[in-house]
Design a protein around this ligand. Structure first.
Ligand code: CMC
Length: 435
């Protein structure tokens, strides 16, 4: 039985005669959360919520999503305004520090990031252990984890200055590591960062330059990448961010926690969807095949899902997808690739799916990954690197959440409970007694 009065919900279990008064916690916006921390003690039961669809694991001041209305705010600022008027370095500062920087603060922050762009020469040797066709996400996850071996003694997670240096280092070095993974796949030498370039221009330089000829970064491509990075920088307690928080809550080295985040992002239900969308579009091939693939997506006996569609929180348009769709038109035109058959196919697929009863009923809309691959491809980024691009941008969010968690005096190790469904107690049998 439940009863709500003011700021508490009274839960009582007639079977045991026990009851609990559970406080309702309110945030600045969004629905209240029922604080069930005392439930096991008061009522002798746990809550059961596989997939955490109804569970807030923490308080956070970083990002807010209203999934019904299609709203995304970074530190209160609407994503549409940041996408139009800000850039990735400014957004990184905003997410990490909580406020938009002054001109001086931004200059200092950008200089700090630039200062750390090189990776230790010994770290480069890790790539030699990977086969040339290793997936870059595997290489990035492995090499980021190995950074914990390089910055072990100098890292005290309870020292704010150490945490700040860690933040600068990982944000600065992850593009260098990502580009090195790409170069390893190609069998080309690793290209050193250029600190006179912007964050995304340098990323393109390290991906595409070769030592034997000059390389000019295309400003249109750098600006497009910057916008994609702004859109991907944070998304509150998604699977990879929750993984970083969980790993970090044990007091683990933060590079290892970020590496856990990279691994969690890789799956096709999460960041790996951008790669899967392009593979799916290529598989569909032409618009006349769309009905066949839609039927497959609706068929529960097939494992096929419409990649880039649906979201745990958004039950409306993902605002990031809308920005990217609009951006596709502009970027493709400016890169001289207006007639992009995959983009045309994606537009048609979206149109047909949004009129389909199955997708309407379940409120399945295109998400951030539906269109991002089209832009990455137009810039020349290979498909296997799409999720790596996402990881670079999301590193800022992971670090902001890790920082927020570690600096909270109330932090506890993350440790979910379970509903045990295995055998009840039984006694050990000697091998000759077993049948
Ligand atoms: N195609 C076909 N059916 C779908 C899809 C889809 N893409 N997404 C959800 N459904 C159906 C699902 O089968 C279920 O149907 P029913 O109620 O009949 O059983 C219903 O919609 C609810 O789905 P769910 O699996 O309970 O939803 P979820 O919140 O657990 O999963 C999701 C969210 C994003 C994992 C899922 O929508 C999906 O797999 N989408 C495709 C992969 C994708 O694009 N992922 C990127 C997510 S956004 C970026 C990011 O997180 O990195």
């Amino acid at each position: 039985m439940t009863e709500r009065s003011g700021k508490t919900v009274q839960l009582s279990d007639p079977a045991s005669g026990r009851s609990a008064a559970l406080p309702l916690r309110t945030g600045t916006i969004g629905p209240a959360g029922l604080d069930i921390a005392t439930l096991p003690k008061e009522l002798g039961v746990f809550t059961y919520d596989p997939g955490f669809g109804a569970t807030a694991a923490c308080e956070s001041r970083i990002t807010y999503i209203d999934g019904e209305a299609g709203v995304l705010l970074y530190r209160g600022y609407p994503i549409e305004q940041l996408a139009e008027r800000s850039d990735f370095m400014e957004v990184a500062y905003l997410l990490l520090i909580g406020e938009l920087p002054t001109a001086k603060q931004l200059t200092e922050f950008t200089a700090n990031i630039r200062y750390h762009t090189m990776i230790n020469e010994w770290l480069k040797r890790f790539f030699e252990g990977f086969h040339h066709n290793a997936h870059p996400m595997a290489m990035v996850s492995g090499v980021v984890a190995s950074m914990s071996a390089f910055y072990h003694d100098t890292m005290d997670i309870h020292n704010p200055r150490h945490r700040e240096i860690f933040a600068h280092r990982i944000i600065a070095k992850i593009p260098t590591i990502a580009a090195a993974a790409h170069k390893h796949s190609l069998g080309q030498p690793v290209i050193y960062p250029r600190n006179d370039l912007s964050y995304t221009a340098n990323m393109l330089h390290m991906l595409f330059a070769v030592p034997c000829e000059p390389y000019e970064v295309d400003p249109v491509a750098a600006a497009a990448l910057d916008l994609l990075f702004v859109l991907h920088a944070d998304h509150e307690q998604n699977a990879s961010t929750s993984t970083v928080r969980l790993a970090g809550s044990t007091g683990a080295n933060p590079y290892a926690a970020i590496s856990a985040g990279v691994s969690a992002l890789w799956g096709p239900a999460h960041g790996g969807a951008n790669e899967a969308v392009l593979a799916m579009l290529e598989q569909i091939g032409t618009a006349d095949n769309i009905p066949k693939f839609l039927a497959m997506a609706k068929d529960k006996s097939s494992h096929f899902r419409l990649m880039g569609f649906g979201h745990r929180v958004y039950k409306n348009f993902d605002p990031r997808a809308q920005i990217i769709r609009a951006m596709c038109h502009k970027v493709l035109a400016r890169l001289g690739r207006s007639d992009n058959p995959l983009f045309e196919l994606a537009l048609r697929l979206e149109e047909i799916a949004l009129q389909d009863e199955y997708f309407i009923e379940r409120k399945l809309y295109p998400n951030v990954d539906f269109y991002s691959g089209v832009i990455y491809s137009a810039i020349g980024i290979p498909r296997s690197m799409f999720t790596v691009m996402f990881a670079i941008a999301r590193t800022v969010g992971w670090v902001a959440h890790w920082q927020e968690m570690i600096s909270d005096p109330a932090m506890r190790i993350g440790r979910p409970r379970q509903l045990y469904t295995g055998p009840t107690r039984r006694d050990y049998l000697e091998v000759k007694q077993r049948r």
